[in-house]
Design a protein around this ligand. Structure first.
Ligand SMILES: NC(=O)c1ccc[n+]([C@@H]2O[C@H](COP(=O)([O-])OP(=O)(O)OC[C@H]3O[C@@H](n4cnc5c(N)ncnc54)[C@H](OP(=O)(O)O)[C@@H]3O)[C@@H](O)[C@H]2O)c1
Length: 295
């Protein structure tokens, strides 16, 4: 029986990126739908769960994507509410690549540092990836300073993340901060153990002298692959490269794991009909793959 992935995208055009990854994951058929919302998704879910018998439903799965993370989260909830009894298929949610990218970045840091009790700074933390990085770190018990150009946006993002981690055993504190210059960002990161640059493509947060000045820093991750680097001095291909005594990861160094996590999660969807690859499950997979792979 062919494997079928039903791609539900909240944007008008279903993501070509997500389609290519699905093809590369070996899925036989990808059925793509754009502009999907909570009030239009039910017939698409019925098409997934009523076409094959319960014993064969693991050959069908759903992928939820799009550029708007909160819309994707609402869609995930609605899809799960539509399932009943054995009439369900496995689902993965990765709007804007937030879960796979953040999971790969935090899992990379977790190879070098025990996260509970650490202090982390996330410039660009209001974006889809930065918010998820902050969420995963706080869920692990790290204290996270989320940095934006706007104090209000940072505070809003921290509020959302506090809600998301409220049920975790001992979530770390979330501290909003504002910075508009490299010197201000460096001052916020002065005593941090971990630094994750999650700004938009081409946005620089630190100049070349700053990394050497951050003497407490243990791991620095720059997710920006578009020149100039987000953290000057880190190369895109860096993967656990030591610079000024700091373990550095660049966008391609993290991207390698991110792509592996995305493909593996898609493949695992077809091993059962009741799996949910959400933020926490994708992070667990990233930790597993990082633990198995070379540094
Ligand atoms: N390596 C990988 O595998 C991978 C995968 C996916 C994404 N990425 C990269 O990860 C990064 C984060 O992705 P994203 O989608 O979350 O990013 P995003 O939403 O485009 O931007 C994140 C934040 O950057 C800040 N920002 C925007 N323009 C800025 C400017 N001129 N100066 C300073 N800050 C600015 C904004 O925060 P404020 O407005 O609140 O300041 C924004 O919320 C991007 O560089 C993306 O290309 C990497």
């Amino acid at each position: 029986m062919q494997t079928v992935l039903i791609q539900l995208d909240t944007d008008p055009h279903p993501s070509s990126f997500d389609q290519v990854v699905a093809v590369d994951s070996g899925i036989d058929r990808i059925l793509s739908y754009g502009g999907v919302a909570e009030n239009t998704v039910e017939p698409l879910v019925h098409g997934a769960i009523f076409t094959r018998g319960p014993a064969d439903l693991h050959h069908t799965a759903i992928f939820i994507g799009g550029s708007h993370v909160e819309s994707g989260e609402r869609l995930l909830r609605r899809v799960q509410e539509t399932f009943f009894g054995p009439m369900r298929v496995s689902v993965m949610m990765d709007s804007s690549g937030c879960n796979t990218t953040a999971a790969a970045a935090v899992a990379a840091a977790a190879r070098h540092v025990s996260l509970p009790g650490t202090t982390a700074v996330v410039p660009g933390g209001t974006g889809p990836v930065g918010q998820r990085i902050a969420q995963l770190l706080a869920a692990e018990g790290a204290q996270v300073t989320l940095v934006s150009r706007s104090a209000a946006r940072a505070a809003d993002a921290c509020d959302r993340i506090r809600t998301a981690v409220a049920s975790c055993a001992s979530p770390g504190r979330l501290i909003p901060a504002a910075a508009t210059t490299p010197d201000e960002t460096a001052a916020i990161a002065q005593n941090a153990d971990l630094l994750f640059a999650a700004g938009a493509a081409g946005v620089r947060f630190l100049d070349s002298r700053h990394l050497a000045e951050l003497t407490n820093l243990q791991v620095a991750v720059d997710l920006n692959a578009v020149p100039p680097a987000g953290l000057a001095g880190i190369e895109p291909a860096d993967r656990a490269v030591r610079r000024h005594g700091i373990v550095c990861y660049g966008a391609l160094g993290v991207g390698h794991t991110k792509m592996k996590v995305h493909r593996q999660a898609l493949q695992r969807l077809f091993t059962a009909s009741d799996l949910i690859f959400d933020t926490a499950a994708i992070y667990r997979l990233a930790l597993e793959l990082e633990a198995d792979g070379p540094v």
